[in-house]
Design a protein around this ligand. Structure first.
Ligand SMILES: [Zn+2]
Ligand SMILES: [Zn+2]
Length: 413
């Protein structure tokens, strides 16, 4: 109930602009088409309202729609919860364990990450979901996952109605001709016969809705299992990625460290209860997190700092030798560059001759990195980072800045 009230508060009204995006428009369109068609098919042709079964069926269809929309809008408008602007850890000495976000002018609380789309640091960020046009994180993890559970269940019910409507109607038509329907094969015998005949348009609309319902069941159902795995392990997608990189890093430097993921409480039930509560508000405040006994509050953020330093050490400096406009598939950079443009939403960056770039990863014809900016440009923007064609740059021959070994950071722990 508390979450619903926060939806209708005035300051959230401006949040309505979240709806103006292809994700919510398509998602709400699919929900509208499937539920409307299921109700029309039931009432007109398959299961009339004046029977008990028909009424129960109709109420269940309305129930699915309401519950799906309730969780969908909660996930969208309540949002993941953002780290307060200017946030600092309670104990100021702890700030050495945390990364600083220049955009939010705040330290990044444990488990939070800066989302470029939301332009804020998001508490326990899992991913930015285009379908709700918001991040999935601390506050909306439960409603997001409930939506992922309810949408396929509702779609299965709707798909059943669609199949049965088409089957019974087509059976009648094929057996007794298209002009008159002599025997009614509906779930219950009814009288009088349908006022509106099940014509070609109704058949096409039902078939289309069936396709949508089955597609949604499979795609969203799979997302539900992924989210349940995340909740039961208490490890977000981003944190799985950090853990993998931690293992790589330890192996690469042959350290005798062992990275222990601190937030898995050891029991699935305890992890589950952190996200799903009776009040609908998840446990804690999204900034302090309970950790395993052999870890401390900053185990994960210290690992992130080490990875950041390691990335800097392993990155390579490049000098721009040819201009690049920043388009996705540049026509003038060769056919291979054109066709191998990375398939991600990550930005491309405009290059100008003479600039320097610190590349952190790359493909055969493309590189990803940070522009090296002087401090005057750096104010306002935190960094300019993205993809660019490899043949616009050349490696800097003498590279003193990045030749340091990762020493002195082991002491931090
Ligand atoms: Zn931020
Ligand atoms: Zn986001």
């Amino acid at each position: 109930m508390g979450t619903f009230c926060s939806v209708v508060k005035f300051e959230n009204l401006q949040e309505l602009k979240r709806l103006c995006h292809w994700g919510p428009i398509i998602a709400l369109g699919v929900i509208a088409i499937c539920s409307t068609m299921a109700m029309i098919d039931s009432v007109l042709w398959y299961w009339p309202l004046h029977t008990t079964g028909g009424s129960v069926n109709f109420i269940m269809l309305i129930n699915w729609t309401v519950m799906i929309l309730y969780n969908y809008f909660n996930a969208m408008f309540v949002g993941p919860g953002f780290v307060p602007l200017g946030w600092k850890p309670k104990n100021s000495q702890d700030s050495v364990y945390l990364q600083y976000c220049k955009v939010c002018q705040a330290y990044k609380a444990p488990r939070s990450h800066h989302c470029r789309k939301c332009n804020r640091c998001v508490m326990k960020m899992d991913h930015h979901c285009p379908w709700i046009n918001n991040c999935c994180g601390y506050q909306n993890h439960a409603s997001f996952t409930l939506f992922l559970l309810l949408a396929p269940l509702g779609c299965i019910h709707a798909a059943f109605i669609f199949v049965m409507t088409m089957y019974t109607q087509l059976y009648n038509r094929l057996s007794f001709g298209w002009n008159t329907v002599k025997i009614d094969m509906s779930a219950t015998r009814r009288d009088p016969l349908p006022i509106i005949p099940f014509g070609l348009a109704a058949f096409a609309a039902t078939l289309f809705a069936l396709g949508l319902a089955l597609g949604t069941t499979i795609a969203v159902g799979m997302l539900f299992f992924i989210q349940m795995k995340i909740i039961l392990r208490n490890k977000t997608s981003i944190e799985s990625w950090i853990e993998e990189k931690a293992k790589d890093r330890i192996q690469y430097y042959q350290l005798d460290d062992d990275f222990v993921f601190p937030y898995d409480m050891g029991s699935r039930w305890k992890n589950f209860k952190q996200v799903f509560t009776w009040s609908g508000v998840p446990e804690g405040d999204g900034l302090d997190w309970p950790v395993r006994e052999d870890c401390h509050q900053y185990s994960l953020t210290i690992e992130q700092l080490k990875q950041k330093a390691d990335k800097r050490v392993r990155s390579v400096r490049y000098k721009v030798i040819e201009d690049y406009s920043g388009t996705c598939c540049p026509l003038n950079r060769g056919i291979k560059t054109f066709f191998t443009s990375p398939c991600t939403e990550e930005p491309r960056i405009r290059l100008q001759k003479g600039e320097f770039i610190l590349a952190t990863r790359g493909l055969r014809y493309w590189l990803y990195g940070d522009k090296i900016l002087d401090d005057s440009v750096l104010e306002g923007v935190s960094r300019i980072r993205g993809w660019f064609p490899r043949n616009c740059v050349e490696k800097c021959p003498c590279d003193t800045e990045t030749d340091q070994a990762p020493e002195g950071e082991k002491k931090n722990r």
